[in-house]
Write a protein that binds this ligand. Structure first.
Ligand SMILES: NC(=O)c1ccc[n+]([C@@H]2O[C@H](COP(=O)([O-])OP(=O)(O)OC[C@H]3O[C@@H](n4cnc5c(N)ncnc54)[C@H](O)[C@@H]3O)[C@@H](O)[C@H]2O)c1
Length: 332
């Protein structure tokens, strides 16, 4: 993900300079440094970055089990922080990170990049303009095959190192996005399984989740890391469907809207002429937003404080699946 964030910093030349980069695999850190004209110093121990007083901000793209220790150390050292999702392995960790960064008075932003996709920002504008009325239901869906993207033995296959499987790692993207579109989630119910198709994976790679939002809307989610022998992207690779009282929006073969309120969209499902998940763009916007917040002191759209409630939903989903009970989200 560090490579994915890099164009964001390259686009922000003059506002931020990468001066050190760390990976405990020195070759990877070296390769990253080689991409930059100023050839940042390479280290293999992240504590060296924290200890450097000349560094104002850190961008953390580490495995999930390292998120809390690095954030807590960076907050103590007074750094601004951009942290890859999921913020934490559980809500307690997330709470500690938010408390520590608040006490430090520094920017703490979680890289929920989907909120920074231009099409998602535009969809939110349409929703705020009441184009489809009150959203009463939403469907989201994501299909990946983890073993196609990562080698056997990778930390993402380990519950102890990743804090879960497809729910904490990937469903979190669209759940956070639905919070952005619809508001908070009140309660959830869920089922999950481990297919065995990802060798060595000890957490869930298939999950189905039902959500009830505070506004009464119902959400349905299906996510899998076991899209084995399926062409990727599948037909519904990253599905979003929003049903409103005055229309609907979906991203099936591109973004479409039907609206009884907006004439241009009132005849049929009509193309919104928006890009469909030009994913790389999101990281450039994300890094820009982080630097804007560092410069102005404004709270990020995806601040750690905001993200507490996303982590609370994720934890509730695991509890619901493990107990078989519909579970209230224990929000901050
Ligand atoms: N926003 C997105 O679309 C998206 C996509 C994929 C991953 N992610 C997130 O990005 C983060 C990183 O995932 P990734 O796919 O890049 O994983 P990765 O395994 O490719 O990268 C993690 C890197 O951390 C290094 N590392 C491990 N332990 C270390 C240590 N103790 N000190 C220093 N470096 C260490 C590894 O060598 C590896 O290069 C995760 O939080 C993941 O959920 C986000």
């Amino acid at each position: 993900m560090a490579k994915a964030h890099l164009p964001g910093y390259q686009a922000a030349a003059g506002r931020a300079e990468i001066v050190m980069c760390c990976d405990n695999n020195p070759q990877l850190a070296q390769d990253f440094s080689a991409k930059l004209d100023n050839k940042p110093q390479v280290v293999t121990d992240w504590q060296e970055i924290i200890a450097n007083p000349n560094i104002d901000a850190v961008d953390i793209c580490a495995p999930h089990f390292l998120h809390a220790p690095i954030v807590l150390a960076a907050a103590k050292a007074g750094k601004h922080i951009l942290l890859e999702k999921p913020m934490a392995m559980n809500f307690d960790e997330a709470r500690q990170m938010v408390d520590a960064t608040s006490a430090a008075g520094k920017i703490f932003m979680v890289a929920q990049n989907q909120r920074y996709l231009p099409e998602h920002a535009l969809i939110r504008d349409w929703l705020n303009k009441d184009a489809i009325g009150r959203v009463i239901a939403a469907r989201i869906d994501g299909n990946q095959f983890l073993s196609r993207a990562y080698p056997k033995g990778h930390w993402l296959f380990s519950k102890a190192l990743a804090g879960g499987g497809v729910i904490r790692t990937t469903a979190i993207h669209k759940i956070d996005l639905l919070r952005y579109f619809l508001g908070e989630v009140r309660r959830v119910t869920a089922l999950y399984s481990t297919s065995g198709l990802n060798p060595g994976m000890d957490s869930e790679d298939i999950a189905t989740i039902a959500m009830e939002f505070e506004n009464g809307a119902i959400g349905e989610a299906f996510f899998t890391f076991a899209a084995y022998q399926n062409p990727i992207p599948t037909a519904s690779h990253e599905l979003v469907i929003l049903y409103g009282t005055k229309g609907m929006i979906n991203n099936i073969n591109g973004w479409h809207m039907y609206s009884t309120e907006v004439e241009a969209y009132s005849q049929a499902m009509t193309s919104m002429e928006l890009p469909n998940a030009d994913y790389a763009t999101s990281f450039v916007h994300e890094v820009k937003h982080f630097l804007d917040c560092v410069e102005t002191g404004q709270e990020p759209i995806t601040s750690g404080r905001d993200n507490l409630n996303t982590i609370a939903v994720i934890d509730a989903i695991y509890t619901a699946a493990e107990t078989g009970q519909t579970t209230l989200v224990q929000r901050s």
